[in-house]
Ligand binder design. Structure first.
Ligand SMILES: C[S@@+](CC[C@H](N)C(=O)[O-])C[C@H]1O[C@@H](n2cnc3c(N)ncnc32)[C@H](O)[C@@H]1O
Length: 542
């Protein structure tokens, strides 16, 4: 990193192949004597500091439209994608497909007169903030957009800060370390608002203003699980002869680069907990020794390590059980199984699920039954159990269901049962759930050997039932939503790790007689693009 006297930011380049360039390529208005280009009015000129072999390395698959490899442009960043990349729009000529004078192109405003012959080509850039003007270098053209590296920020945003991690501009794990935390959260709030409007197709009066993204002060050192990768060890080469030696070495152990599948070596991950980082150093050393001593199994496509911090103890074996406490309840689960990864944010998330679930229905009816779809090891069902007569969780992973049942027993909770099934079948299921009952929740069911009531989920009183959903990124399937619509619970409390699919599903629910009561994003993963979001829906049409 070089700090310029003008305080503009020079950022380290994304790929090692270009890391030695200062500003290696720039477009010249004078023609290069040996290269003539028919379609393009400019020729390229290399900086004298760059070896000519290096600058001719154009990837074989590079498509030269609309930019040439390593074209340098000056652009102003308009917004961010939900993957955390900046979006700039560069005017290109519609007819002959040539780009306009690149250094000026993106900052030149398009007049009405020339708008007919120009179109704006989208370019994605990492490590930028909306409003910044930057110099960027193109490295890939797709059918409808291009990818660029950031060379220099010419007008830095007042929200730009120095990333804590020296790898932040390269490693694909974090997207926003260069952004003040308040702005990161404002970006997340705005993205959720836009997703509900754009993907959900919802008008502003169909949902309340998205609430400000909630976070904690633990903006680094919070992540309780990481899964770094490594590739198969390779034979060391003799430096002089280039011949393979007998000993092996291992390549990077870390995460994928931004917008590439290459691995970055990550000796310390700033968003992971201190305990994980201590263990990471040890496990990296072990892997290197195993490679050198040829004890390391050679995965054909690479392998993934697990580091799970549960209450300060780091487990690396997927099948070992770990214990974590959330709001006074102990959750025991296999280290490799799903469990929310931010122990600082988690109690607040559970509290908000509980308070959304327990509020009386619009008709003033109390909520007595809770169905936790996609329940994992029982977090929301067990966390809500003391407020409900009956709670039932449904989960497709049989191991997680076993854990959820075990967690109910571990915490002495009797009014919860868990079903090992796809959430798509829960309201049709003829398999009874067995619960020790609280209050008047028994209804018509019978009693089994353990003196527990047996009930069918489809018989739960829909006016007093809340359905919690927390699906994977792809959201709820159409089959799930159809059966939910047929059952029509009084309330749906929807936790999501992808607000885009949540917005799509919100549109379905609004179209089927539900009203969005609140939309609350969480900053579960500060410094990254990820957004967790809780939306609450009340049935307003029977
Ligand atoms: C985002 S996790 C949520 C887990 C849990 N709510 C928690 O916070 O710990 C999603 C869960 O849905 C489960 N799942 C995925 N597809 C499912 C389906 N069709 N039916 C039921 N569970 C499913 C996964 O196994 C995973 O445990």
């Amino acid at each position: 990193r070089i700090a310029s006297p003008s305080h503009s930011f020079f950022l380290s380049f994304r790929r090692p192949a270009v890391s030695s360039f200062a500003v290696a390529w720039t477009r010249s208005t004078s023609r290069h004597p040996t290269k003539s280009r028919t379609r393009r009015p400019f020729a390229f000129r290399a900086s004298s500091t760059v070896a000519s072999e290096e600058i001719q390395k154009v990837p074989k698959k590079f498509k030269p439209y609309p930019f040439q490899y390593h074209d340098v442009l000056t652009v102003t960043v308009e917004s961010l994608t939900n993957l955390g990349f900046g979006i700039a729009r560069v005017p290109i000529k519609e007819n002959d497909n040539t780009i306009l004078q690149p250094e000026a192109a993106a900052t030149t405003s398009t007049t009405d007169e020339d708008s007919t012959e120009q179109k704006k080509w989208v370019v994605f850039i990492p490590n930028v903030i909306p409003g910044e003007t930057c110099r960027i270098r193109i490295y890939r053209n797709h059918a409808t957009y291009s990818d660029a590296d950031l060379i220099q920020v010419l007008t830095p945003s007042e929200d730009r800060i120095e990333p804590k991690c020296g790898l932040a501009n390269v490693c694909g794990g974090c997207q926003y370390q260069h952004v003040k935390i308040e702005r990161q959260r404002a970006i997340k709030t705005q993205q959720v608002q836009e997703l509900f409007e754009r993907i959900g197709g919802l008008k502003r009066d169909e949902f309340p203003k998205v609430l400000e993204t909630l976070g904690t002060e633990h903006v680094f050192g919070y992540r309780s699980k990481i899964t770094p990768h490594y590739e198969a060890p390779i034979k060391k080469k003799d430096k002089d002869s280039g011949n393979s030696l007998k000993s092996y070495e291992i390549g990077p152990i870390g995460f994928k680069e931004k917008a590439s599948r290459r691995l970055v070596d990550v000796p310390y991950c700033h968003i992971a907990t201190p305990a994980i980082n201590t263990a990471l150093e040890q496990i990296r050393n072990e892997k290197r020794m195993e490679a050198i001593e040829e004890r390391l199994k050679k995965p054909s496509k690479g392998a993934t390590l697990l580091l799970r911090d549960a209450e300060g103890v780091v487990e690396t074996n997927h099948t070992e059980y770990v214990d974590t406490i959330v709001n006074g309840l102990t959750f025991r689960f296999q280290a490799g199984n799903f469990f929310q990864n931010n122990p600082y944010m988690l109690p607040k998330m559970v509290d908000l699920v509980v308070s959304a679930a327990t509020a009386p229905s619009p008709k003033g009816e109390p909520m007595t039954h809770l169905i936790d779809c996609y329940c994992g090891s029982g977090l929301f069902a067990l966390g809500s159990s003391s407020f409900f007569d009956v709670c039932v969780g449904i989960e497709v992973n049989a191991k997680a269901v076993e854990e959820a049942k075990g967690n109910a027993a571990l915490n002495g909770i009797e009014n919860c049962d868990f079903v090992s099934a796809s959430a798509e079948a829960i309201f049709q299921s003829q398999d009874p759930v067995r619960v020790g009952l609280v209050g008047n929740a028994g209804g018509e069911g019978g009693c089994d050997d353990n003196n527990r009531k047996t009930l069918l989920v489809k018989d739960f009183p829909r006016d007093n039932t809340v359905v919690v959903v927390d699906p994977p990124r792809k959201g709820c399937s159409p089959e799930f939503l159809e059966q939910l619509d047929q059952y029509r619970p009084a309330r749906v409390v929807y936790m999501s790790c992808d607000p885009a699919t949540q917005a799509r599903d919100a549109s379905f629910l609004v179209g089927h007689g539900y009203k969005i009561m609140s939309v609350q994003p969480f900053d579960l993963f500060p410094q990254t693009r990820h957004i967790e979001c809780l939306a609450v829906f009340d049935r307003v049409i029977n």
